[in-house]
Design a protein around this ligand. Structure first.
Ligand SMILES: C[S@@+](CC[C@H](N)C(=O)[O-])C[C@H]1O[C@@H](n2cnc3c(N)ncnc32)[C@H](O)[C@@H]1O
Length: 212
């Protein structure tokens, strides 16, 4: 992928990071915030619904929704290492025909992506500089549920940001984490006809579900 941040994504979310994340998931299950998001999504019956998981990493949301009876899904992932590993796992579990994998920057390929009942971005908005395009294009594709996890824009997360970004800097990676203003994120989502139905926070993250 061409853009500077996308090259950064490829070298930050590499094979080693993907294997580490999969090992953790297989041992402990979804992270606390992913668990919160999934619980909130399951307030709606997902059986028979289609999903679109953007930046799904090792696929925690995809496994969960398929197991809960979602009819099919699309996974769009910027990191080739993550997508290869998820494909392997999905094949092992005989679920391959239910998920369509696309490698790329979602904003670059959004015009070729179909809408879905459930659209999820779990800790992806913070990896992307052009938040407006990412949120605008992805929320437009949601038919029922738009589910996101992104950092809170409060003083302590902003204070932590330079320390978080110190790691890619010393690694020589162009990757950066961004804390985008929640008000702006939500304004874009509301403009696409969604309303907020669920909201929860942890110290660092905000977990939100929007519905049509
Ligand atoms: C912090 S990880 C989160 C992974 C997973 N959702 C989770 O919570 O474990 C962010 C993921 O989003 C992907 N990503 C970031 N920007 C993206 C974009 N514009 N299009 C597709 N994937 C993207 C990265 O490759 C990475 O796998």
């Amino acid at each position: 992928m061409g853009c500077c941040q996308c090259q950064g994504i490829e070298n930050m979310f590499d094979k080693k990071a993907a294997k580490r994340a999969l090992k953790r998931y297989l041992k402990k299950g979804p992270s606390k915030t992913t668990g919160m998001l999934l619980k909130a999504i399951h307030k709606t019956e997902v059986k028979g619904l289609e999903f679109l998981d953007i930046g799904g990493g090792i696929g925690a949301i995809q496994y969960d929704l398929i197991k809960a009876g979602a009819s099919s899904g699309t996974s769009i992932e910027a990191s080739p290492a993550y997508i290869d590993l998820v494909k392997e796992e999905i094949h092992k579990n005989n679920l391959a025909e239910l998920i369509d994998f696309k490698h790329g920057d979602f904003t670059a390929i959004a015009s070729d992506v179909n809408s879905a009942d459930i659209v999820t971005l779990d800790k992806v908005i913070c990896c992307y500089d052009d938040m407006s395009e990412l949120v605008r294009l992805s929320s437009k594709l949601s038919r029922k549920i738009y589910a996101i996890i992104y950092p809170r824009d409060v003083w302590w997360t902003k204070l932590a940001l330079p320390f978080i970004n110190f790691y890619p800097i010393i690694k020589g990676s162009p990757f950066r984490v961004f804390i985008h203003p929640a008000k702006k994120v939500e304004e874009i989502i509301f403009r696409n006809g969604l309303k907020r139905d669920y909201y929860a926070t942890t110290l660092f993250w905000q977990v939100a579900i929007f519905t049509k």
